[in-house]
Ligand binder design. Structure first.
Ligand code: PMP
Length: 354
């Protein structure tokens, strides 16, 4: 605490990211990274950008990358916003679109950055309980007292996907309020809402290159929405940082969209490994929520999650355990890694029981 702090700083409760330890042989399944990383085309593009004009500022409008993303999704370039990871895109969305008189609704069990942004921007939060089976109930968001909505699809940390028909119903039923769908994990099996943007002026969909495209270290995220929503994001962005994406990130991100084969192959491999991981966990006595993400959320029928977490760590396997809220305190969130990492996790888990 310091008397030099701006008053708001005293009240902030910052987000705590998963740890990034550097240890040889660590089986790191705690932050939902993609085990395969980017393909060679991305690395070559970054290498080329590295030797090319780093003394110059990058394009503040990221026009080339936005063109590539627009073409990929079949939208106009004015409907694409890019930022330094989707966390930054979401932060700008909170400031530019989700701050209103009436509160912002999001699931009570969801991405824990949302309440942090609410604290930073002075937004009244309205947590909406998930159903007993941990699904999102769209009807709970139709209350006229709600002034804006955000949720991840698939949800985090449950991994459960909301069907597109439900999202369509929500955005159609609440044309008066902005709805942000955070599709950070959409590449692993959920239906994207990007196709609804054309017909719904209130919908913004955010994506990241951190998960499906294996580029968490490059920090690139984007959002798709009709031009007025994107203009709001740009106004905030240009009041904050003109150059959130550096030249290396712009080049690598654009190249990623040019290598569809790598994207398809690696995301399919992650989905296939997820199925073997789920079966292995079930065989060990876990209940696993249906996952459409690159992680699974699982609780054991008898064993305590905090103890399992600690036992795995001793064996060099790190996963994520959230002590709060109470309802998920006995779950572990386990990233889907390679087949080898999954086997190592299951082996370590077996010996923790043994
Ligand atoms: N949304 C959700 C639901 C996430 O879990 C994450 C990753 N922590 C993000 C957004 C942000 O990802 P990034 O900033 O790497 O794009």
């Amino acid at each position: 605490m310091s008397t030099y702090w701006s008053p708001i700083v005293h009240s902030l409760t910052p987000y705590v990211p998963g740890e990034q330890p550097r240890m040889p042989d660590l089986v790191k399944l705690n932050t939902n990274e993609n085990p395969y990383g980017p393909g060679p085309a991305v690395l070559a593009a970054i290498e080329a950008a590295n030797t090319d004009d780093l003394r110059l500022y990058p394009d503040p409008t990221a026009l080339e990358l936005r063109r590539v993303i627009a073409a990929y999704h079949g939208v106009a370039v004015e409907e694409v916003f890019v930022g330094n990871g989707s966390d930054e895109v979401l932060a700008h969305a909170f400031c530019a679109l989700l701050r209103h008189e009436r509160p912002l609704a999001f699931p009570d069990i969801s991405y824990s950055f949302y309440p942090v942004y609410c604290g930073l921007y002075g937004i009244a939060a309205r947590p909406v309980p998930l159903a007993p089976d941990f699904s999102i109930r769209v009807d709970d968001y139709l209350d006229p007292a709600i002034g804006a909505v955000i949720f991840p699809n698939p949800n985090a940390p449950t991994g459960m996907a909301l069907p597109l028909v439900d999202i369509a119903r929500l955005v159609a039923a609440r044309p008066d309020i902005p709805v942000v769908v955070d599709e950070a994990y959409v590449d692993f099996g959920a239906e994207s809402a990007v196709g609804l943007v054309r017909s719904h002026a209130n919908l913004l969909v955010s994506h990241t290159l951190s998960k499906g495209r294996g580029l968490a270290g490059l920090r690139v995220g984007y959002a798709i929405g009709q031009a007025p929503l994107v203009e709001a994001l740009n106004r905030v962005k240009d009041s904050f940082n003109s150059y959130p994406l550096d030249r290396l990130a712009l080049a690598g991100a654009a190249a990623s969209f040019g290598d569809e084969a790598w994207f398809q192959q690696t995301r399919r491999q992650v989905m296939a490994t997820r199925e073997t991981l789920v079966r292995g966990l079930e065989d060990l006595g876990f209940e696993v929520l249906p996952s459409a993400a690159n992680f699974v959320f699982a609780r054991h029928r008898t064993a305590d999650a905090a103890q399992l977490n600690a036992g795995l760590r001793k064996k060099g396997v790190i996963v994520r355990h959230f002590a709060r809220p109470e309802r998920i305190a006995n779950f572990l969130r386990i990233t889907v890694g390679t087949e080898g990492q999954s086997a190592a996790l299951l082996k370590a888990m077996t010996s923790v029981f043994g």
